[in-house]
Design a protein around this ligand. Structure first.
Ligand code: SUG
Length: 415
């Protein structure tokens, strides 16, 4: 049976605040601060456990090897090198698995396989070297080529940030869907990371029916306001699109096109008069996991920052008191990730598949969560300051930490 499985990136032992992402307001605001890798990873794991407890299917990806030796060599690294480049080699940014790949589930593709294209993430140097190791991991997790097709990145002249700019509407996860690709146009103060031609290429490569695909431009004001990915201002699940009214460049045209192709859609818009764009970006209300519970009801898994924001809370309370399609709100604490601009939705990649066709080593249950927690609690650094990046003892410690996790998960071949 096809189900939605959320694969979360386990937060790596090098999680730090280096302020590397221009246009990501939270990351810029925390630049230079002390980070807490152990707490960050435990928060992420607690979110995964909470989703398991809701009856959802949960998977994970292991942290990538950091510091990335191959990347440092490619940069001809020496002591004169810019510290931002060193921080880039140490970045734990692969935790934001929504940026790992774009996923088109089997019902949407011409060959009936689930297609994944690893994201090249070329706009940000600290993320541009994620894809080779991410690809290795995707090829392992989704090795069954009768059910999956895992593709390399689109050419680097087109920026691609994966599922963070991709939404899917469908009557049920296992049914044919409408895939919506949201791209940005460059020219504003902050980079538009998802290029239109990258989105179009991914849709062609995944062999989607052109009649079931839409390409929608992100509102330049949203990018300028800190919505560096569309998933900061909109999220979809099955027949529901939950969006800020300023998410798209031409909202009326976008809603019309969506309704034309998928008339069952329920569009829940949040007006700027109730939650401003700035409040939406600050609280990450839309960087939520909109999920269908086993009861058939939909729940919104929001960061506690959203729950704690007065205007957002007011809106959420009114929504659940009313008759809308989203019946429950579940706040989660992923503060360490949030401080780098990554909410609950950034931390997961959605894959619709039969869990039996996925390498079981990437699927989570309580016993495995206990094993992961033990390794993190013992070996992940408690704190990390940006000036420590590059330190030899720390390098050994974080390498050993990752190796211990891979051993506990029987994933030695990713070493
Ligand atoms: O790419 N932050 C990530 C956050 C990604 C969030 N993902 C989604 N919205 N899907 C980014 O900007 C901060 C790293 C630093 O500054 O050290 C960072 O990379």
């Amino acid at each position: 049976m096809l189900r939605e499985i959320n694969f979360d990136g386990i937060v790596g032992p090098t999680h730090n605040f280096a302020g590397l992402s221009l246009g990501n307001l939270a990351a810029a605001a925390h630049a230079g601060q002390v980070s807490h890798p152990r707490a960050a990873a435990l928060q992420g794991l607690a979110k995964m456990r909470a989703n398991l407890a809701l009856g959802l299917a949960q998977g994970f990806f292991a942290p990538l090897p950091r510091p990335d030796q191959a990347w440092l060599e490619a940069l001809a690294a020496d002591e004169t090198m810019d510290t931002a480049l060193i921080a880039g080699a140490w970045s734990a940014s692969a935790m934001w698995a929504a940026n790992a790949a774009t996923v088109s589930p089997a019902p949407d593709t011409a060959d009936g396989r689930c297609h994944l294209t690893v994201a090249n993430l070329v706009t940000m140097p600290h993320r541009a070297h994620e894809w080779p190791d991410t690809l290795r991991q995707l090829r392992l997790a989704f090795a069954d080529t009768s059910h999956f097709a895992v593709h390399g990145p689109v050419p680097p002249c087109f920026g691609d940030e994966g599922a963070a700019n991709h939404m899917r509407l469908t009557s049920a996860h296992g049914e044919l869907g409408l895939e919506i690709f949201v791209y940005g146009r460059s020219g504003g103060a902050f980079p538009a990371r998802q290029h239109e031609q990258a989105s179009r290429l991914v849709a062609r490569r995944h062999r989607l029916d052109p009649a079931r695909v839409l390409f929608i431009e992100q509102n330049p004001e949203a990018i300028a306001g800190g919505a560096f990915h569309n998933d900061v201002v909109a999220v979809a699940n099955e027949r529901v699109l939950f969006t800020h009214e300023q998410a798209f460049a031409d909202p009326v045209g976008a809603y019309w096109a969506i309704r034309e192709t998928f008339p069952e859609v329920e569009i829940v818009t949040v007006p700027a008069s109730q939650v401003s764009l700035a409040q939406a970006v600050r609280s990450y209300l839309f960087n939520a996991q909109l999920v269908t519970l086993p009861t058939g009801e939909m729940a919104l898994v929001v960061p506690i920052e959203a729950w704690g924001s007065a205007p957002v809370r007011q809106w959420l309370d009114a929504m659940t008191a009313g008759n809308g399609p989203i019946r429950q709100v579940v706040p989660v604490d992923v503060r360490q990730s949030m401080a780098n601009g990554g909410g609950p939705a950034c931390l997961r990649l959605r894959v619709v598949a039969n869990p039996a066709t996925v390498d079981p080593r990437f699927l989570l249950d309580e016993a495995k969560a206990d094993r992961i927690e033990e390794v993190i609690a013992q070996i992940w650094p408690e704190t990390l300051e940006p000036h420590q990046l590059g330190d030899e003892r720390l390098t050994r410690q974080v390498r050993e930490a990752r190796a211990a996790l891979l051993a506990a998960l029987d994933l030695g071949e990713l070493a």
